[in-house]
Design a binder for this molecule. Structure first.
Ligand SMILES: Cc1ncc(C[n+]2csc(CCOP(=O)(O)OP(=O)(O)O)c2C)c(N)n1
Ligand SMILES: [Mg+2]
Length: 241
């Protein structure tokens, strides 16, 4: 069974973000029925801890980002685009309430979904709980004018921008298949400058403490806030998970 699961994980990593279909032969399932359904109580916390040991440095850093958001804003609704921390969170995030984790990073994966969807989530939720839009530098450029809509409509979405100056997911596909990367190291504008020009509060943060403070300040504002995180600098933050 561990071999079957390891194969499933490897397939997922190679082809992500597509769903993976694997077949478990009946005899393998039957052989493992005791372990799966046995009387030994399984500690979910222990399984999570064991799983976390297998994460690579990037997954740890990205999971730290999500943990920091949830710690600073415990009731937040998260709306993700197709960006690195969202792919990781689909594997590692363990939320205790439904309707708190929306994202477009699987299936057709429309880039730019997260910002308008976050605005919709805030309007739909209607109870003033913070809504955090988690989006990459590529995805944000697909729907950037929506920031002005949020300013105009006084919608306090918090846009957490994961900036790695490129289409990293597509670049990884190319590198994994020995294709010379092309068209993926994109020009990225001064997002903080653009956001401010639209009337949106904006700042860049480097580590866990500044992010916490920026998120709390954003949650107090009547309008939207853009918080930019540089992937390289964030990865230097010490993961504490
Ligand atoms: C409308 C649309 N165009 C293109 C794509 C293909 N695509 C999927 S992920 C991706 C890169 C996204 O870059 P970014 O938002 O910066 O996220 P990163 O992977 O760099 O974190 C692209 C171009 C898509 N999903 N949707
Ligand atoms: Mg990017």
């Amino acid at each position: 069974m561990p071999a079957v699961l390891a194969r499933a994980f490897a397939l997922f990593q190679a082809g992500r973000p597509r769903p993976v279909h694997i077949e478990i032969p009946l005899d393998v399932l039957v052989e493992n029925a005791d372990a799966l359904l046995g009387s030994e109580p399984v500690s979910v916390a222990r399984l999570w801890a064991e799983l976390a040991l297998t994460w690579d440095a990037a997954t740890r850093a990205q999971t730290l980002l999500l943990h920091t958001v949830l710690e600073a804003l415990p009731g937040a609704v998260l709306v993700g685009d197709s960006t690195q921390p969202v792919y990781s969170a689909n594997l590692t995030l363990n939320l205790d309430h439904p309707r708190r984790w929306f994202n477009s990073s699987t299936g057709y994966g429309t880039l730019g979904y997260a910002l308008p969807a976050a605005i919709g989530a805030w309007l739909g939720r209607g109870d003033g709980q913070p809504v955090v839009c988690l989006i990459g530098d590529g995805g944000l450029q697909f729907t950037l004018p929506e920031l002005a809509s949020a300013v105009e409509a006084h919608i306090p979405v918090i846009v957490l921008l994961w900036n790695n100056q490129g289409y990293e997911e597509i670049k990884k596909y190319m590198l994994n298949r020995a294709i010379e990367p092309v068209g993926v190291d994109i020009y990225t504008p001064d997002f903080i400058g653009i956001a401010k020009a639209m009337g949106c509060a904006a700042e860049g943060v480097d580590g866990v403490e500044p992010l916490r403070a920026a998120l709390r300040a954003a949650a107090e504002r009547p309008g939207p806030t853009l918080i930019e995180i540089d992937q390289g600098r964030w990865e230097l933050a010490k993961p504490v998970i």
